[in-house]
Design a protein around this ligand. Structure first.
Ligand code: GDP
Length: 200
């Protein structure tokens, strides 16, 4: 599926622009600069499917990608990045409303992937998003990005900390996925996790 057709469908700045909920959706979330667009491109074997576009002040949208064409099998959803140091308060508020409404009302949303920079670990904004997912009962994987940037021993330590934290969150999946868009590490496991969530 990941080597077959994958098409950009649309950007949805508001909930009324969401596509009809006809197929499963898998959403990618993470702080700005976490490596979200790189990971979407790497996991789909594309160069420029997702654009690094998360500059403060830019319209916040859910970007939709169709995986499979005749038949369409599922959709990837690129959620707007969060946690800009200098984001204006009303922008953060708008983000929360959009995401909360999306998470709570979307039956076809089968899983979220919460991306965490392997060098920085979990931040409070990430915990906020995990809480939103817990409250909306949307199951999610924590996915470490840029694993190539840290030493294996450091990665193991971070994984242990994150695993312990995930255990305290009801909707967090116990499988934590370390990845690198640079080296391709962890991508097969991530694809498998996505397909499992789609087919469940
Ligand atoms: P986004 O804002 O979350 O979409 O982040 P981007 O995908 O644009 O990545 C932010 C920066 O991190 C860019 O300079 C990327 O080249 C870099 N980056 C992303 N993924 C990786 C990775 O797996 N390894 C390394 N070394 N750098 C990465």
């Amino acid at each position: 599926l990941f080597s077959g057709p994958i098409d950009f469908l649309k950007s949805a700045p508001q909930l009324q622009h969401l596509p009809d909920p006809t197929v499963p959706e898998i959403a990618f979330a993470g702080r700005s600069n976490v490596g979200k667009s790189s990971l979407i491109n790497a996991v789909t074997n594309r160069n420029k499917l997702a654009r690094a576009s998360n500059t403060p002040g830019r319209t916040q949208e859910l970007n939709y990608f169709d995986v499979g064409r005749d038949p369409l099998v599922f959709r990837l959803v690129d959620m707007p990045g969060y946690g800009f140091a200098e984001a204006p308060k009303d922008m953060v508020k708008r983000w929360r409303f959009l995401i909360n409404d999306y998470l709570r009302g979307r039956q076809v949303l089968k899983r979220a992937l919460v991306l965490i920079d392997a060098r920085h670990g979990l931040k409070d904004v990430d915990r906020d998003v995990m809480k939103m997912l817990d409250d909306a009962a949307v199951s999610y994987h924590l996915v470490l990005t840029k694993a190539d940037k840290v030493k294996p021993t450091e990665l193991d330590k971070t994984l242990e900390i994150i695993r312990a934290e995930a255990a305290k969150h009801p909707a967090a999946h116990p499988l934590i996925l370390p990845t690198s868009s640079e080296t391709g590490a962890g991508l097969p496991e991530l694809r498998t996790a996505i397909l499992e969530a789609v087919l469940q």
